[in-house]
Design a protein around this ligand. Structure first.
Ligand code: UD1
Ligand code: CA
Length: 456
């Protein structure tokens, strides 16, 4: 029979050291709040229910956590009296009865399901308290794992540790699994007689051992337990997260020439045999199908790029950009809320917004869809196989039919029927020989001016 598990996510911290107007668990990693990463990982560890302990920004933190796949109930910790106290804020949820209780921190988004599953397995094996530990070169600030005769007997917080204990480099990652049947009875025994005067969750180890129960530590990599307290740690966490995601994509068949310069979002989808050149940024909501090429220095967000399409260098795809098979969007082009048909080309210095462009149509350099009149947005529709001459302005709402041709430099304010040619510019005039006479006149005027100045 499968064991039930309640996760208790601690997210009531003040985030003081972040120096921020919002709780640290709302700060994004890979483009979404770090707490959402924790929730996703819990779901991958086969957990369906979580109690979220909130303090500051309670509504926003709850919303960010509840956006994920877990059933979340929120509990407010009104006073911040320590991690043990924080877990008991969720007393009502714990009291409902679960086989396993798993305590995690909302500010530790690099944790993966591996250690969480290992901790749950250790409960299944008969342990009552399971601590997720890590080895580190610099243990300063962490709780130390006190192991006697191979058994975990206590966790000593930095401030309460003796000089001898401070030398221990096996530390508490903070996350803990507890036998659900015993959890409340154990948690209620936590006191606050320590250097900080706080209720330490870590005291559970000594409490359970004194009661004749079993405690154990399972080891996890140090990086997975990195907590976010400062902006510098946030940047470190982002770096590790990006490295992981790039690696996953490369293993799945995506080529990156300089992976360390490619930035991904949590939901970036990239197909096999896609080539990503250096310095490309993927904001949220991007899908790139197999065989497409994203050239250097491109920025994509909310965009869909079909098989064989090419983007950039220096292209910007904004939300709603939808490129058909083999379509091309080239350098210094911006596309927003627009369909670029299969095989269509938008190659140079162009803005396409709120538009539909048919298959194989060619949009000349410097073309602008004038979609905004200062108040409302309007749509431009261009058919298939059309040709828009360079430096044209298409003043929406306007349409250009299939196979039509717009002359360069046109300002198009009226619909162009299929197969028609539209000129929207002043006609060119030729004055034979006029350049010579004009030049002679300018020279004479210049000479007369100089003579006047010299004569003064
Ligand atoms: C905790 C552990 C320490 C471990 C370290 C790992 C305790 C007593 N100590 O220390 O052994 O090495 O994590 O990073 O557990 N929180 C609340 N309400 C509170 C207190 C904390 O919600 O009243 C939340 C914080 O927002 C944070 C988490 O619990 O997400 C950990 O609290 P923090 O004060 O950072 O614990 P540490 O001193 O780092
Ligand atoms: Ca901490």
């Amino acid at each position: 029979m499968k064991r039930t598990c309640l996760a208790v996510i601690l997210a009531a911290g003040e985030s003081t050291r972040m120096k921020s107007s919002m709780s640290k668990v709302l700060h994004p990693v890979g483009g979404r709040p770090m707490i959402a990463h924790v929730v996703d990982t819990l779901a991958r560890a086969e957990i369906g229910t979580a109690a979220l302990v909130v303090g500051r920004d309670a509504a926003a933190v709850t919303a960010a956590a509840a956006a994920g796949p877990l059933r979340i109930s929120a509990f407010t910790q009104t006073e911040r009296l320590g991690t043990g106290h924080a877990v008991l804020a969720a007393r009502e949820a714990i009291a409902k009865g679960h086989d396993d209780i798993l305590v995690v921190f909302g500010d530790t988004p690099l944790i993966t399901e591996g250690p969480l599953l290992a901790a749950r397995q250790a409960l299944t094996d008969g342990n009552d308290v399971v601590v997720i530990g890590f080895h580190t070169a610099d243990p300063t600030g962490y709780g130390r794992l006190i192991i006697k005769e191979g058994r975990l007997v206590a966790i000593r917080e930095q401030r309460d540790a003796t000089d001898e204990e401070k030398k221990i480099t096996y530390c508490n990652g903070g996350l803990m699994a507890i036998n659900g049947a015993k959890a409340l009875a154990l948690l209620d025994q936590i006191g606050n007689t320590n250097a900080k005067g706080e209720y330490y969750l870590t005291d559970l180890v000594e409490i359970v051992v004194a009661a004749g129960g079993k405690a154990i530590a399972v080891e996890a990599p140090e990086t997975e337990l990195t907590g976010c307290n400062t902006r510098a740690e946030l940047a470190y966490i982002e770096r590790i997260w990006q490295q992981r995601r790039r690696h996953e994509l490369m293993i799945a068949g995506v080529s990156m020439i300089a992976p360390e310069t490619v930035f991904l979002s949590y939901d970036t989808q990239i197909g096999q045999d896609v080539l990503i050149e250096p310095n490309v940024v993927f904001g949220p909501g991007v899908t790139v199908e197999s065989g497409a090429v994203i050239h250097a220095f491109s920025h994509l967000e909310g965009a869909y790029v079909s098989t064989g399409a090419t983007v950039g260098p220096y292209a910007r795809l904004r939300p709603g950009a939808n490129l058909g098979e083999g379509a091309k969007v080239g350098n210094f082009c911006e596309v927003k809320q627009a369909e670029i048909g299969a095989g269509a080309k938008v190659n140079h210095l162009t803005y396409i917004g709120d538009a539909f462009i048919g298959e194989k149509t060619n949009i000349g350099a410097g073309t602008i869809t004038c979609n905004y009149d200062g108040v409302n947005k309007h749509i431009t529709r261009i058919g298939a196989n059309a040709f828009i001459g360079s430096n044209s302005s298409l003043v929406a709402p306007v349409s250009v039919g299939d196979d039509a041709l717009v002359a360069s430099g046109s300002v198009i304010t009226q619909d162009v029927p299929a197969e028609a040619v539209a000129f929207g510019r002043a006609r060119q005039e030729i004055k034979p020989g006029r350049a010579t006479t004009l030049r002679a006149r300018y020279q004479a005027e210049k000479a007369a001016k100089k003579a006047k100045v010299d004569g003064q």
